[in-house]
Structure formats: structure tokens, C-alpha cells
Design a protein around this ligand. Structure first.
Ligand code: ZN
Length: 141
């Protein structure tokens, strides 16, 4: 790649980033200052729906968030608005963890090594038996 091409590409990337940020900011500006929000308190290990207050910190180039106080222990609870996909809530929330476990098990394929771990050899043996039975029936036809 030529030097000019590199400069050009980095300028384009810079502009795209600027545009993305402006679009994101417009979305954030539209969000209400107070909003019912799902929070998770690590200390209490509990999900709770509270009125979050929109806030801003200049930390790491500026970040918006919703903030509330845990009704039980008074800890500060945060939901990220900026870089939402990195919001720890999605990993930490007890409710989401439970949901994920359930769906994950349901979606798990039988040939996945984790299947055996969860359902045990018994289930696998039963499955194999069913398969053998089908095969025998098929062969005998
Ligand atoms: Zn708490």
C-alpha cells in the first residue's frame, strides 16, 4: 500500500468515526434524563428495576450512563449508554445469566463435548441406543 493510500484511508476512517460518534451522540441526546432501567447489584446479587438518572463522565474520551442507587445496600449501580455492548450488566445480571443458561442448554448440540458434561453419559447412551435401534430396523427392512 502506498503512503498516500495509507493517509487517505486513515482520513476516511477518521471521518467515519466522527460521523459514528455524532450519530451516537444524537441518539444519546434523545434519551430521557430519568428512565426506568434494569439494574443489577453485585453486592446483593439481585436484579432490580429502578429509575436511572442519565449522567456523563469525561473518563476515557467521554461516557454516558444511567445511574441509580441500590434500594437495599445503597451501592451505585451503572448501566452504560456509550459502548453499550460492553455494559457489564449483560454478563453480571442474575436474570440474564439464568436465561442464558436455559437457552444455552436448549440450543446445545449433541455432538458438542459440553453436552455430555451437562446431560451425562446416560443421556448419550440412551441416544446411541435409539440410533442403533433405528439402524437395526432400517437394516432389517
Ligand atoms: Zn445492593
Amino acid at each position: 500500500m502506498s503512503e498516500y493510500q495509507q493517509i487517505y484511508d486513515s482520513k476516511v476512517a477518521e471521518l467515519q468515526e466522527k460521523r459514528r460518534k455524532a450519530k451516537e451522540q444524537a441518539e444519546i441526546d434523545k434519551m430521557p434524563w430519568h428512565k426506568w432501567t434494569d439494574f443489577y447489584c453485585k453486592k446483593c446479587d439481585e436484579d432490580m428495576r429502578l429509575i436511572g438518572d442519565k449522567g456523563y463522565t469525561s473518563y476515557k474520551g467521554g461516557r454516558w450512563f444511567y445511574r441509580a442507587k441500590c434500594e437495599k445496600c445503597n451501592s451505585e449501580l451503572i448501566r452504560r449508554i456509550t459502548e453499550k455492548k460492553f455494559d457489564p450488566y449483560f454478563i453480571e445480571s442474575k436474570r440474564l445469566r439464568t436465561d442464558r443458561k436455559r437457552y444455552w442448554k436448549e440450543l446445545l448440540q449433541r455432538d458438542d463435548p459440553r453436552f455430555k458434561k451437562i446431560y451425562g453419559d446416560h443421556e448419550l447412551a440412551a441416544e446411541r441406543e435409539r440410533e442403533n435401534e433405528l439402524r437395526t430396523n432400517f437394516d432389517n427392512k
